[in-house]
Design a protein around this ligand. Structure first.
Ligand code: S3P
Length: 430
């Protein structure tokens, strides 16, 4: 059924244009949380416009943190390490990042707080953060099977040396944030190296974080100071436009001031291996984060295999890569990506269902997908399943389909990118 939030996307002839994107979601969450527990006033330009980062700001307000927002500028008045006991539950909305990373800070507070979320977030696994935070001394209760809501009673933490069973930057960051409040040195070792925005943000706010191999270490009791920063453009949002350009030989797309952090930029290597022309200029570093201008040129599109550490590095970009896979010459195989099943939706199932609705052949596996190349898709009714990345991925797939594609529940895109469909239209040629 088409509802008010159905958006129709028509096929395109080409992609061309130049964009600047709203600030990276992962960095915006971390800067906001650290600004809250720093001394002094932090000014953040180009803060993420997504609903997820607004959830983080709302939770911080409930914890007594004053902030003001003027469009994409957010000014946060730090309280220092001690937050105010909340008088209402902390509503994390759809945001797993808010719930998991904020739990780390709440574990260090001498009060109890309740973290709640929407229907999708209430299904997501939280044991991965509960287990290590309890080992540090926090007391956390949850619904059955370690699901939200969480009640966190914190204070008096001790450092741990923790081997993470699942690769998750959210969990790593939560433990490093908790480590600020712990006695001793907290050590977190990941099975594969994930995005390091937590480590870089902690350093930007003045903390010492040591890192070797897959291990990050932080000594408790360090004070944070406020910063002024411009958040780099969101690379995971850029993925939709870069993949759209990849679909059209001769497409030319420029994205300025884009996040280029090497732990996030694997997408660019994959696109190059698929035959997309990528050049990067104007590289600079801000608070440890690399920023640059990316120019993409569409050429004949080859397939790819994504597996092992790449699957963790590309976890947010796999839906859109899979959505363009049928249009590649040799198809795409995605393995070791079971985590996709516990995101905002079961992204493996959602991609497979929507590609099939558009007429594609797809093999769905427990930990990924196999999608043959050289397929012609037709427009169809697809569903975002309430998941922002699925809504945007299928807007891209629709650009090369025959006929119109109706995306149900397309307003899910507001979670990371309000205005996405208008920005996409601005670079589409018909
Ligand atoms: C994020 C880490 C990833 C990613 C999410 C943002 C982060 O989640 O999917 O969109 O900012 O640390 P996991 O930590 O669950 O892999």
């Amino acid at each position: 059924m088409r509802g008010p939030s159905t958006i129709v996307v028509l096929p395109a002839r080409n992609i061309s244009g130049s964009l600047r994107l709203p600030g990276d979601k992962s960095i915006s969450h971390r800067y906001a949380m650290l600004a809250a527990i720093a001394e002094g006033t932090t000014r953040l330009e180009n803060f993420s416009t997504g609903a997820d980062c607004a959830s983080t700001l709302c939770c911080l307000k409930t914890l007594g943190v004053q902030w003001e927002r003027k469009e994409q500028e957010v000014i946060i008045h730090g309280r220092g390490p001690t937050l105010q006991p909340p008088t209402a539950p902390l509503d994390c909305g759809n945001s797993g990042s808010t719930m998991r990373m904020l739990s780390g800070i709440l574990a260090g507070q001498e009060f109890s707080s309740e973290l709640i979320g929407d229907e999708s977030l209430s299904r997501r696994p939280m044991a991965r953060v509960i287990t290590p935070l309890e080992a540090m001394g926090a007391r956390i209760t949850s619904a059955d099977g370690g699901r939200p809501p969480l009640r966190v009673s914190g204070g008096n933490l001790r450092a741990i040396d923790y081997q993470m069973p699942v690769a998750s930057a959210q969990v790593k960051t939560a433990l490093l944030f908790a480590g600020l409040y712990a006695h001793g040195e907290t050590r977190v070792t990941e099975p594969v190296r994930t995005r390091d925005h937590g480590e870089l943000a902690l350093r930007a706010f003045g903390a010492t974080v040591n890192q070797s191999g897959n291990q990050a270490r932080i000594v408790g009791g360090q004070k944070l100071h406020a910063i002024e920063a411009q958040v780099p453009g969101d690379l995971s949002s850029a993925a939709f436009f870069l993949c759209a350009a990849a679909l059209f030989p001769g497409a030319q797309l420029v994205i300025e001031r884009l996040l280029m952090n090497p732990t996030r930029a694997r997408l660019l290597d994959i696109l190059v291996s698929m035959g997309v022309g990528i050049s990067i200029t104007q590289l600079e570093e801000q608070h440890g984060e690399v920023v640059g201008t990316v120019q993409a040129e569409g050429r004949t599109l080859k397939g790819a295999t994504i597996q092992g550490a790449d699957s963790a590095a590309l976890i947010d970009e796999i839906p859109v890569l899979a959505a363009i896979a049928p249009y590649t010459s040799s198809g795409m195989e995605i393995r070791d990506a079971r985590e996709l099943r516990v995101k905002e939706s079961d992204r493996i199932a959602a991609v497979a269902a929507n590609l099939r609705a558009m007429g594609a052949q797809v093999e769905e596996r427990d930990d990924g997908l196999k999608i043959p190349g050289g397929q012609a898709l037709h427009g169809a009714e697809v569903d975002s399943q309430g998941d922002h990345r699925i809504a945007m991925a299928f807007a891209v797939a629709a650009l090369r389909a025959k006929g119109e594609t109706a995306i149900r529940n397309a307003n899910a895109a507001v979670i990371s990118f309000p205005g996405f469909f208008d920005v996409l239209e601005s670079v589409v040629q018909r």
